[in-house]
Each structure stands twice: as structure tokens, then as C-alpha cells.
Design a protein around this ligand. Structure first.
Ligand code: AVI
Length: 304
């Protein structure tokens, strides 16, 4: 059984009905996420890109010459271009992503723009131990983890993942994007956009399961529900059954009734201080951070 099937059975049968947000991302889910990044309400992407542009020279100085740049969860390689343009004689660029075809297509496009750059793609789940190409002889390993994807891990998983990166980058550094705690109304709007793209993204979890696993259900019988919990500092996304919903997966039947929900995502928000404390606990040494004027988003430089 694929882990998606196993995890969906567990979510439907278990008391909490919780499933990992990684199952949003088939081809349709990735396209919907790209659309989310363009939405007027979804400030993280725009704000982080502006910070990367504004401070690109500073990042290049900190990286030093001959660095190996490693991007975790590389996707379309949009943000890393801003770093590569300014990097001093980079030794290599190592994008790590689970989606092989997507990654290789993005690498080909990047190679056309940077013909002399050594690109060494690694197709792997970056949250699990994986094998990287050798470290550069005369430079440092620099990790790049933008987009506040760290927010989709619960704090314990985030700590374990940061520990893994700390070991992998030993003697190097990590540049990481982290969404900040802010006015709940602003957060609510970012996950409840007027065009309903986030709702379609959330419902795509069921559509993905229909396509990939033959799940029988009626996605139109579920509502998107996202709210900010100010005590847990996180957005929670759920799918709420509208009336009794019957689902069938590989011969097993499940029923979800109003009052229950399928919990599809958490998106944790941090303060600069709470994130630095987490990074220190993982063994990093925070040495600089940057935020926009509104303090909506932060980038952190962590020495490993
Ligand atoms: C990928 N991740 C950082 C996004 C977030 O904001 O947590 C995923 C997302 N979910 C709904 N909108 C965007």
C-alpha cells in the first residue's frame, strides 16, 4: 500500500482525522499553490521575494566564494535565482525535491540561464535522511529553505528537521524564511482568499486521492475551513463535511458527519525570538535576521 493510502485510512479511521499537508501536492495541487502565491491576500511570497532582492548582496557576502548552495523543497527555483545571480563563483547548486520530473525540468531552464553553473539535483524527500553530493573543497555548504515551509511542521518535527540540517550543513549556514505572528485578521484573509483558490487547494487533497487511489467521495460535499488559533500561533485548515459524507477507499467505508472534520494543514507562525530559540535548540547560531517594514515576514541567517 502506498503511504498516501495508509495515511488516508489512518486519518479517516482515527479520532482526530488528521492527514499530512504533503498530500496537497500532485501536479494540480502544485499549480494551485503557485496561484496562491500570486493572490493579493497571500503576502508571504511577495514579502519574502522583496527581502531576498533587497539583501541579495549581503547574502552573497555571507555565503563567501566557492559555496555549495542547497535548496530544500526546491520547486520551480524562482527564489534561488536571486541568490545565484550574486553568488561569488559558486561551487555547485544542489536542489533537493521529491518530484523528479518537475525538478529536472526546472533545472534545465536554470542551466540555460547559468550555463557554467554545476547543478546537481537530488530527487529525495528532504525531511528524511538523504545523500548529498560531496561538500565543496574550498567553500561552505549553504542551505536555503524559503517560503516558511518550516511552519507546516509541528514544533517537534521542526526541531528534528532543523537538527538534520544542522548536521548536514556543519561548518556552513542556513538561510530560512519564516512567517511572523501578526494581526489574526491579516492571517485569516491570507488563508481565506476572495477568489476561493485556497479552498480549491484544500479540496484538492480529496481530488488527489480520487485520482491517485480511486477514493470514492463527493468533494463538493465538503467546505474549506481555515482559522487562526492565537494561542497555538497557527493557522489550521480543515475540510468540513456538509451533511453526512460517505467515503470508500480500497473497499473500506468511512462516514464523516457534521461536527467532525478532516484536518489537512497547520501553518505555524513565529516571532523572531521564538524562531531563534528553536534554531538554537537545534544547534544553530542565529547571526542575523531581516524583516519587512510591517514585520510580516522574516529571513534568518543561521550558522551551522
Ligand atoms: C507551503 N506553505 C508554507 C503554505 C503555508 O502558507 O503554510 C501552504 C499554504 N496553505 C494554504 N495556503 C498556503
Amino acid at each position: 500500500m502506498s503511504s498516501f493510502a495508509e495515511d488516508l485510512h489512518a486519518a479517516l479511521a482515527g479520532p482526530e482525522h488528521t492527514i499530512s499537508p504533503k498530500y496537497f501536492y500532485d501536479a494540480q495541487g502544485s499549480t494551485l499553490f503557485e496561484q496562491i502565491c500570486e493572490l493579493p491576500e497571500y503576502y508571504p511570497t511577495r514579502t519574502e521575494l522583496a527581502l531576498l532582492r533587497r539583501h541579495a548582496g549581503d547574502f552573497a557576502d555571507r555565503m563567501g566564494p566557492g559555496a555549495q548552495l542547497i535548496e530544500y523543497g526546491a520547486g520551480a527555483l524562482v527564489k534561488v535565482r536571486l541568490l545565484l545571480e550574486r553568488a561569488t563563483r559558486p561551487h555547485s547548486f544542489v536542489p533537493v525535491d521529491i518530484s523528479g520530473p518537475h525538478l529536472l525540468a526546472a533545472c534545465e531552464a536554470l542551466q540555460r540561464e547559468h550555463p557554467s553553473l554545476r547543478i546537481l539535483p537530488v530527487v529525495a524527500d528532504f525531511t528524511r535522511p538523504h545523500v548529498l553530493p560531496d561538500a565543496p573543497p574550498d567553500g561552505r555548504r549553504i542551505g536555503f529553505f524559503p517560503g516558511s515551509s518550516i511552519g507546516n511542521f509541528d514544533p517537534k518535527e521542526a526541531l528534528e528537521f532543523l537538527r538534520l540540517l544542522r548536521e548536514e550543513l556543519d561548518g556552513g549556514a542556513l538561510l530560512i524564511g519564516v512567517d511572523l505572528i501578526k494581526d489574526p485578521a491579516r492571517l485569516h484573509a491570507a488563508y481565506n482568499d476572495a477568489q476561493g483558490v485556497t479552498a480549491r487547494f484544500n479540496l484538492n487533497l480529496l481530488r488527489h486521492a480520487q485520482r491517485a487511489l480511486g477514493l470514492e467521495c463527493d468533494p463538493a460535499g465538503f467546505d474549506h475551513y481555515a482559522f487562526y488559533d492565537p494561542r497555538k500561533h497557527r493557522i489550521e485548515m480543515h475540510l468540513l463535511p456538509r451533511g453526512e459524507q460517505h467515503l470508500q477507499l480500497q473497499g473500506r467505508r468511512y462516514t464523516l458527519v457534521p461536527g467532525e472534520s478532516l484536518h489537512t494543514e497547520n501553518s505555524y507562525k513565529y516571532s523572531v525570538e521564538s524562531f531563534q530559540a528553536l534554531a538554537r535548540e537545534a544547534g544553530f547560531r542565529p547571526s542575523a535576521h531581516w524583516t519587512d517594514e510591517q514585520r510580516w515576514f522574516s529571513l534568518h541567517w543561521l550558522e551551522a
